[in-house]
Write a protein that binds this ligand. Sequence first.
Ligand SMILES: Nc1ncnc2c1ncn2[C@@H]1O[C@H](COP(=O)(O)OP(=O)(O)OP(=O)(O)O)[C@@H](O)[C@H]1O
Length: 342
Amino acid sequence: MTVTPRPRRALEEDGPAVVVQGLRKTYRTRRGIQVAVAGLDMRVPRGGVHGFLGPNGAGKTTTIRMLLGLVRPDRGTATVFGHEVPRQLPQVVHRIGAIVEQPRFFPAFTGRQNLSLLAQGIGLPPSRVDAVLEEVGLAGRSRDRFRSYSLGMKQRLAVAATLLKSPDLLIFDEPTNGLDPAGIHEVRATMRDLADRGRTVLVSSHLLGEVQQVADTVSIVGRGRLLAEGTVRDLLRGAGRGVLRVGVGEPARAAELLRSRGQQVETTADGALLVRAGEHGALPAAEVTRVLAEAGLWLHELTPVQSDLESYFLEVTAQDHLGSAQHEPPGARRADAGEVRR
Ligand SMILES: Nc1ncnc2c1ncn2[C@@H]1O[C@H](COP(=O)(O)OP(=O)(O)OP(=O)(O)O)[C@@H](O)[C@H]1O
């Protein structure tokens, strides 16, 4: 059988937007070697919003800076649309728009004037300014001065600026920092809208609950390495699966009984029981009711626990001391990519 090689362009167009493999970055500090990224693997699918999640200090900004060629990795590879960065960045940089730090705008200029200056600087026609203002929903306020904008509007103007060159991949590092709930909502809606129009949005955040509402897929990182990755739906399906909240008159006796049936049982602050599968699997809700009723214990509550990304994150990081700085004393052997130093 003859296999016809697929054209290179087609391969680039089909693969994930970003692939990171074994990426590692250390910094020399006075306290020794600081491991910022410790052998990270990550895949960002093409199209949709991808949340890059983890606590402060988990290595998100450093990873993003490596993708943008602002920081050179010690080892590992990263590709954007099939091009290895930083080596092939010139081939792909026009397809990437990023907000890594708060962009500077002239406060006394209108939003439109600020964008027009930027557009002229990179040789784009004024029609692009109108198009991006429209895209971020600022067309109606574009003739107001920048200083009169709310924080959410300022952030949307920053997004508009990155859209000028019509990038396929947008990278936002903690875009909602410092915003009030209304501003957060605005930025979230803008990200969703950009993804719905076919762009790939990679957004880093330590606010998992917030990203859960907008992301299609996520990578969860801790101490510079990947802890979990997948669609939000699949991760949540796995998280808290089969956990039941049980309200019962004699919680201590009920807990003992359910434990004797192989279940793991915790008591919540309000006296309810959280019942999850033990080694031999979960008792179905009907069985929990029967076991307790047969012992004369009557339920007043039986609810399947809905999990969220925040609890999933706590689950996957339970044994990990996340966010704590990782240091290797000067002269220490370097950890291999992916190795976790505790
Ligand atoms: N230039 C640097 N020199 C020394 N250490 C650094 C440097 N940049 C980052 N680090 C350290 O590397 C670790 C990862 O930092 P990074 O900023 O990438 O994490 P983050 O997940 O983006 O966190 P945050 O949300 O707080 O920015 C931290 O412990 C940080 O202190």
